[in-house]
Ligand binder design. Structure first.
Ligand SMILES: Nc1nc2c(ncn2[C@@H]2O[C@H](COP(=O)(O)OP(=O)(O)OP(=O)(O)O)[C@@H](O)[C@H]2O)c(=O)[nH]1
Ligand SMILES: [Mg+2]
Length: 330
């Protein structure tokens, strides 16, 4: 299964209610004047950004959003009840496009943003409105206007192509400073990076991709340890995860499992993301250690990279492999 960042849905706003055809009923006047009210307005199709939603997963199970039709106008000049709107809840960063033409209809990038995409049809006029001096008892009314319907594509805009995850101090910021023009703070203590940095990695003259360097992650981050996991929102909206493991760590495999678990606790869908693994600081280990690390088995189909941001060992290879992996996904 793939991480869901694009879905197709169908939306329809409500049809306006028909105008009422009614007459006053009064004693001794079998045919009182016309008093049919107007039809109610159809429901709207509304999109709203919910900060607690971060993916388009729900649309896999529910892809039809149909607003209610307006009700018929009633006697006593009463307007029919308006149809209920349909509210479509989406994550920030959702772009709504016409499926047929690709035209962007809405760009929902801020929390709590609300956009009425289609209004429901207005209700038809009731027969009361058609009475004239020569036509005192009209037996007709107007139909409500039709709602609008359309097939849409929802796309979740990515913040970066690659999300770099690892313990504090493993060399994430150093790597991004080597493969991109970003100049993040680098220091030999934990939690040097406090907010995510984006680095643009250039491939040749014209092509590039974006890597997000995020603060270090530790066991218990999902319960708020370290800098917590709020910044994981930035990794959620990436195509590829690069796990960085310190080659000098006592148990890199365990480090990987802890990191992976924290991600899953934050958002279970992260397990569907494509992963790559790299061992950092390989200038500090010897050949025996390198062979030991090479024997470790990971679920990722791509073999781990052994890099050193200090000596640039394999950093170019890693850079190109990430590019190839991203390109293969789109
Ligand atoms: N020997 C060696 N040291 C490295 C390498 N890469 C980074 N370092 C050093 O490791 C320390 C931490 O590097 P950072 O890039 O700040 O690590 P980080 O993962 O971004 O750390 P946080 O932002 O705290 O999560 C610094 O002192 C770096 O100079 C490497 O390839 N080899
Ligand atoms: Mg850092």
């Amino acid at each position: 299964m793939k991480f869901i960042d694009i879905v197709k849905i169908f939306v329809k706003s409500g049809h306006g209610g028909k105008g009422g055809i009614c007459f006053r009923k009064e004693k001794f006047y079998p045919l009182g004047g016309p008093n049919g009210g107007n039809g109610g307005k159809g429901g709207d199709v509304i999109f709203e950004v919910y900060p607690q939603i971060s993916t388009l997963l729900n649309f896999r199970f529910n892809s039809k959003f149909i607003a209610e039709d307006g009700k018929k106008g009633m006697g006593g000049m009463k307007t029919g009840r308006g149809g209920k709107d349909v509210l479509i809840k989406v994550p920030a960063g959702t772009v709504v496009k016409n499926k047929e033409t690709g035209e962007v209809l809405a760009d929902l990038d801020k929390d709590n943003l609300k956009v009425v995409l289609f209004e429901g049809g207005i209700g038809g006029r009731g027969n009361a409105q058609f009475a004239t001096s020569t036509r005192q008892a009209p037996r007709f009314s107007q139909d409500g206007r039709e709602g609008q319907e359309l097939e849409l594509v929802l796309e979740l805009k990515l913040l970066a192509d690659v999300g770099l995850v690892g313990y504090p101090n493993v060399g994430k910021s150093t790597l991004i400073s080597v493969i991109s023009a970003a100049k993040p703070k680098i220091a030999d203590y934990h939690f040097t990076t406090l907010i995510p940095n984006l680095g643009i990695v250039k491939i040749g003259e014209t092509e590039s991709y974006v890597v997000a360097d995020i603060p270090g992650l530790i066991e218990g981050a999902s319960e708020g340890k370290g800098l917590g996991i709020q910044f994981l929102r930035h990794v959620e909206r990436t195509r590829l995860l690069l796990f960085m493991l310190d080659s000098t760590s006592a148990n890199p495999k365990k480090d990987y499992k802890i990191l992976f678990n924290e991600l899953i606790k934050f958002n279970p869908e992260m397990k569907f993301k494509t992963q790559m693994i790299c061992f950092s600081k390989c200038d500090l280990i010897d050949k025996t250690r390198m062979s030991q690390l090479k024997r470790l088995k990971f679920d990722s189909p791509i073999s781990p990279f052994f890099i050193s941001a200090a000596t640039h060992l394999n950093t170019e290879n890693l850079k190109f492999e990430m590019w190839n992996t991203i390109k293969a996904m789109v």
